[in-house]
Write a protein that binds this ligand. Structure first.
Ligand code: AMP
Ligand code: GLY
Length: 439
């Protein structure tokens, strides 16, 4: 299979490795010169992944018929629709179907219209006066989100990121003034609990689950600091999480199936990986957000242990014939991102980073390149996450140690890592929190 891959981050490098294991021939477009993807690609083109004409020209030039799309911005720009027009089939949602992520209002209204359990109270506004009026009358804490895409950095939680009414008003004004995430706002009921990620493959009708993963959105150790795209993540050998029961997981899967059904009923069937971010609350799993793609870093946890041929899964999603026997190894994984210092607020980028790939792989860990660039043979950090190391073992504790061992072979200055991810102390805090919420 010859396949076009779009995107140059860790998630796309993991997808490229999985496709390479399937014997696929990779043709990549990406903004940054990702050395991991370049090493596997038969040909690549460095362009903005929202440059639809550039992507289509590359697909025609190489006679490509299949595509995998990693990030959300090309989905929003309509890359799937444009590729379909020139006969390239994508295992990814159309612009209309990607609204499940690109418009938080679309997602909440869909769940409301189809009476899907697990949503939250919300109110959306397209003008600052009504939004401020609503905010001034609130008696409970809420979460404030721009309606559109913000790269995971636009959500602010009252009581955590916003500590007074005036701070909340100022943020709402900024959303409108600076056109953050499309310049509209949605207020959501604030959920309390523990978050987990359930990703599934979808073929327009059916869903097939991937292992559960827990991401860590906050920039600093101890789960404090600004929200980021995700600093690292872990998954367990039984494909559950230490604080999530199989009944909770079934509930999350039932919600995702109903969303896929609702999207077909709306005339925009959903094809591709779908990402459900859930909060496990005292009342069970509730939807925090739905993304129209693999999560990053979560893709690196699950694709590292995918046993089924990934190229087959892509073909089956496109054909609307997903098989329900997609298999993942019974292994635990811990992924930690090396990021530039200041990532989440003001990243200090452009510094050289050295990676001893052979030693990392010899330790049993995987390494995925993300937002780095190759300049004159040196690997330089960009403003987003740089390199991910994934430790893999039969037990979580050993996967975490394996990840740390791999990280020893990533060196440089102006970089940092959340070392607490996947460690017993942090996981125990999650377990204790859920025990407290659901005695
Ligand atoms: P999102 O980009 O929508 O996933 O939001 C980023 C982070 O903000 C989530 O991972 C949560 O930690 C937090 N968050 C988002 N929505 C809510 C909510 N309704 N209640 C509590 N926390 C939330
Ligand atoms: N890990 C969060 C995301 O991919 O949106």
């Amino acid at each position: 299979m010859k396949i076009l891959t779009i995107g140059g981050s860790g998630r796309e490098h993991a997808a490229v490795e999985a496709l390479h294991r399937s014997g696929a021939e990779i043709y990549a477009v990406m903004r940054n010169a990702n050395p991991g993807i370049m090493a596997r690609a038969k040909a690549y083109k460095l362009i903005d992944d929202t440059d639809i004409d550039g992507v289509c020209e590359f697909a025609i030039e190489h006679g490509l018929k299949y595509a995998f799309v990693g990030p959300e911005s090309p989905l929003e720009a309509g890359v799937v629709d444009a590729l379909d027009n020139i006969g390239v089939k994508c295992a990814a949602p159309t612009k209309a179907a990607a609204r499940i992520e690109t418009s938080k209002t679309f997602m909440r209204e869909l769940m409301k219209k189809y009476d899907i359990a697990g949503s939250v109270g919300f109110a959306a506004f397209d003008n600052v006066a009504d939004a401020e009026d609503y905010l001034n009358k609130l008696t409970r804490e809420v979460v404030i989100k721009p309606v559109g895409l913000t790269g995971g950095k636009g959500v602010k939680v009252q009581g955590e990121h916003l500590n007074s009414l005036s701070e909340s008003v100022a943020y709402v004004r900024d959303i409108f003034k600076d056109n953050i995430g499309g310049g509209q706002v949605i207020f959501e009921e604030k959920l309390v609990g523990e978050e987990f990620t359930q990703m599934v493959f979808a073929d327009g009708k059916r869903i097939v689950p991937m292992p559960l993963v827990q991401d860590h959105k906050r920039a600093y150790e101890g789960d404090v600091g600004p929200n980021t795209g995700g600093m690292g993540s872990y998954s367990d050998a039984d494909h559950l999480l230490p604080f999530v029961t199989s009944a909770d997981r079934e509930c999350a899967l039932c919600i995702l199936q109903k969303i896929v059904d609702a999207m077909s009923a709306e005339g925009c069937p959903y094809v591709g990986p779908m990402y459900g971010q859930f909060m496990l609350t005292a009342d069970g799993p509730k939807v925090v957000e739905i993304n129209a793609r693999f999560g990053d870093p979560e893709a690196m946890n699950v694709l590292s242990i995918l046993e089924t041929d990934f190229a087959d899964i892509i073909r089956d999603m496109i054909a609307g014939k997903l098989r329900d026997d997609i298999r993942f190894k019974s292994l635990a994984t811990v992924c930690k991102y090396v990021v530039p210092t200041g990532y989440g607020t003001s990243p200090d980028s452009g510094h050289e980073i050295c990676i001893d790939e052979a030693k990392i792989r010899a330790s049993g860990a995987e390494i995925y390149y993300a937002n780095v660039d190759v300049v004159d043979g040196n690997i330089l950090t960009g403003t987003s996450r740089s390199i991910a190391v994934v430790g893999i073992a039969a037990y979580l504790e050993d996967a975490e140690l394996n990840c740390e061992e791999g990280l020893r072979f990533v060196t440089g200055t102006h970089i940092c890592v959340r070392h607490d991810i996947g460690k017993a102390a942090l996981i125990q805090r999650r377990i204790d929190n859920i025990r407290h919420l659901r005695p």
